[in-house]
Write a protein that binds this ligand. Sequence first.
Ligand code: MN
Length: 243
Amino acid sequence: MALEEYKRKRKFDETPEPPPEIESKAGHRFVVQKHDATRLHYDFRLEMQGVLKSWAVPKGPSLDPGDKRLAMQVEDHPVSYFDFEGIIPEGNYGAGTVMVWDVGTWQPLSPVPVDGKYVPGTEAEAAAMLAKGDLKFRLDGQKLKGDFALVKMKGRRPGSKGTEWLMIKKHDEHEVQGYDIDAYDESVLSHRSLAEIVGDAGSAEWRSRPAGRGKLKAAWLADAVAKLDAKKSGIKPKSKKKA
Ligand code: MN
């Protein structure tokens, strides 16, 4: 089963993360989570084959096609992870703060461009591209938009686990030269910064300042925000920020 490693690494009586359940409905959402763990990184997750295919991107994704961002493939995550924001307590796998940095939908692109442009592809093409280690896709998120590729690195360095990919923005109207990810330290679900998530989980300020539902057109996203609101109203800070 695809979520065994996810399950093996976690203690579900301690972590607020969702249980390892495989989703039967096929969806095309994606999430980028900013994760302040032992080292700050971003987790890029694509809903595919009933799970979230996941990569840890140390510097985060970029809209600049000149950036080739190292992306370490990690264990598949359950689909319900896509709206997980909060604090993983110390002593648990991935302990630290998680922000939902971006969410949206994605579509596979056909591996062969037509007249120099990428065009939408099929599920079968996406599965084949993933297996081959050259996955092309189009994102429609709040922050990330346009065409991207995840390319598995072939040259194995000594000690390499074979999990190294590169995430690269393709040239299109959404590219941004010199993209600076640090300029966007805000949750798309709660509009909090990482520091605010650490400091005010469950605080009165947070309860009185629910995320801007008016701006959320997608029903599934509005659901996620409503769920987060409900969860947050009962949450007590479980842990101080990990050093
Ligand atoms: Mn992570």
